[in-house]
Design a protein around this ligand. Sequence first.
Ligand code: GDP
Ligand code: IMO
Ligand code: MG
Length: 427
Amino acid sequence: MPALVLLGAQWGDEGKGKATDLLGGSVDYVVRYQGGNNAGHTVVVGDQKYALHLLPSGILSPGCTPVIGNGVVVDPSVLLSELSGLNERGVDTSKLLISGNAHIITPYNVTVDKVTERFLGKRKIGTTGRGIGPTYADKINRVGIRVQDLYDESILTQKVEAALDVKNQMLTKLYNRRAIATGQVVEELLGYAEKLRPYVADTVLVLNQALEDDKVVLFEGGQGTLLDIDHGTYPFVTSSNPTAGGACTGAGVGPTKISRVIGILKAYTTRVGAGPFPTELFDEDGEALRRIGGERGVTTGRDRRCGWFDAVIARYATRVNGLTDFFLTKLDVLTGWEQIPVCVAYEIDGRRVEELPYSQSDFHHAKPVYETLPGWSEDITKAKTFDDLPKNAQNYVKALEEMSGAPISAIGVGPGRDETIEINSFL
Ligand code: GDP
Ligand code: IMO
Ligand code: MG
């Protein structure tokens, strides 16, 4: 069972970083397959806390080869500063591999992200402002810059020129900004080339050979299912495919190779940025979830919107990803509530709806239908087995499992590596 996908089952920030790090010790390769430095993963190892954005969380496990796949968008300056930050803390990053086909987030992509958001005003997406959308747009428009382009100055110059041709018209005429000079961008990008060279590789070949050799490969999603460009709450989404299929296109591995798909599911729900969120709370319960759960963005420092668990979304994630298991995180955050509401269905214009509606107008009108489960007050952070949990916590987990459509194979009871209850082994 060598290839596993680990992805977010909600709107991101489910605790993917911790889950990947936990498995990292027993896998040979950890691969990012989409997104870029819009991701923010906090990993706690002993008394050390690491914030990762672009690098796969497997970078913290010695013996594991971290890979940035072709589907990722790479901001070279962010990558290099993340690498040097880890090196300063004694983390060996020399095994990192970066696909030559991954696209580069250029300085003008970051500018375009920021100005378009400002231009949208009230209708803005609330992006992370890291240039993600514009870089993927350039990729699809076939005017993107790839990592391999850094090693051919003439091609690089032609491509940057072509990309800036239209963008400068837009920046100067529509957004009233200064034009960006080709030479300046080329010079900046060439400055990264030699520093990145040791890492650049044919990652598709490396990963497929690893799978043939029965090595264990873990694909680590950024963002989450409901932020997927195809399957999420469009247009309030990111510009890539965090869902399971994205692992195949974003790493060049066939679907027949994937043996397990693990959905990371928070015991309640959070979202950053704009867009519909049926179980969002605007009262003291929402405030308490934010405070106790530490729900503040790792990348942008924005407060996360918080709400109760939504089983409709979890069922949807099971379906579109073909989930084989869930990893339920942050159960400890719910300790202390006497009663815990869980959304089991929606009411849309007077009708009860059990599944996520495909129509955005319906989803915008969806009101949660709650079932209330009894809570617990005992500290669960030291629990090592399912039986160590108080009865009501066990029943909460069992109820979520039944509603969500896949077995819960692990439970997070704290941010640390060892604060996890393993029910079924992932490997
Ligand atoms: P990611 O983007 O999915 O990797 O998640 P983030 O790192 O953005 O947010 C998850 C936060 O929850 C991080 O601060 C983790 O350290 C923390 N965390 C992960 N699992 C648990 C858990 O089981 N309990 C608690 N209390 N915190 C957790
Ligand atoms: P991790 O990997 C939560 C959200 C942004 C915005 C939308 C589009 O830490 O779970 P983008 O910059 O991607 O174009 O922004 O997606 N978003 C995330 N929300 N966690 C993330 O990553 C996110 N990455 C992007 O807030 O609403
Ligand atoms: Mg995050």
